[in-house]
Design a protein around this ligand. Sequence first.
Ligand code: SF4
Length: 310
Amino acid sequence: MSDEMKYLFGPVPSRRLGFSLGVDIIPFKVCSLDCIYCQLGRTTEKTTQRKEYVPVAAVIEELKDWVQKGGKADYITLSGSGEPTLNSRFGDIIDEIKKITDIPVAVITNSTLLTDEAVRNACLKADLVVPSLDAADQEIFEKINRPASDINIEEITEALRLFRQQFKGKFWLEIFFIESVNTSDEHIAQLKKAVDIIKPDKIQLNTAVRPTAEKGINPMTYETLKAIADKLGDNAEVVASFSPSERGEHTQNRTDAVLSILKRRPCSLQDNCQSLAIHPNEALKYIGHFQQSKQISSEEKNGVIFYKVN
Ligand code: SF4
């Protein structure tokens, strides 16, 4: 089914969402941030301008078609090849999803646009919102997330607090940690103050388990992340990796196809996606599985990450 889809990808197994149908409403790679740990590579269009980046009517048609053909998923997730809330009509997409299915809707966002009341109102329509907050200090924010020039971290924290007060759904705050960038005791204490103000249902700690936009970013150990989680609160957890091999035949076929391409020659993420006609986020799930089992490795050349079989 997904071979014919332009805006939908998956459903793919997700560490937090079970089987998640991705809805890609932003072109590769338009984002308000250029995170040093981004698994999709460098941001090519860094912007805070909201507009209808992809035609919403076409996205809805694809979704209707998928539902009519009996598509099943644990979540329908607005995410994509950049920041989904940059699409000025993402609230309309959620409204339409709600008309055609009762599958819950998730929005994964970098939080930067939540300072805009219209964005907060659109996010209120979702069942689950997973916003990111990697810094509680402007200097660290600029170092780790490399934002568009007009973004202020204190305003984002306040916007998250405001949104949390209004939102009745599930609210899981993700914090991505990189050793020596946002992990000092002083900064953890600042983050703790911020999360105490925001009051998320869960705080989910992540780290660079896959190749990143910049060189030299190594994953932190589970133990180090767990020690930080303990400082942040009882609702903080380390989000464990999800193995694609635990899921069904469709996923297994795709997983095998990714490996067979890499056996022929080293490939970038983009090469892999083009060969299989799949979305970068989907390819990353399979690649992550092989990296964990040490069947493949990666190297960076001129800003592009290549994968090869060991
Ligand atoms: S990690 Fe997310 S927010 Fe950061 S640059 Fe990549 S797509 Fe944008």
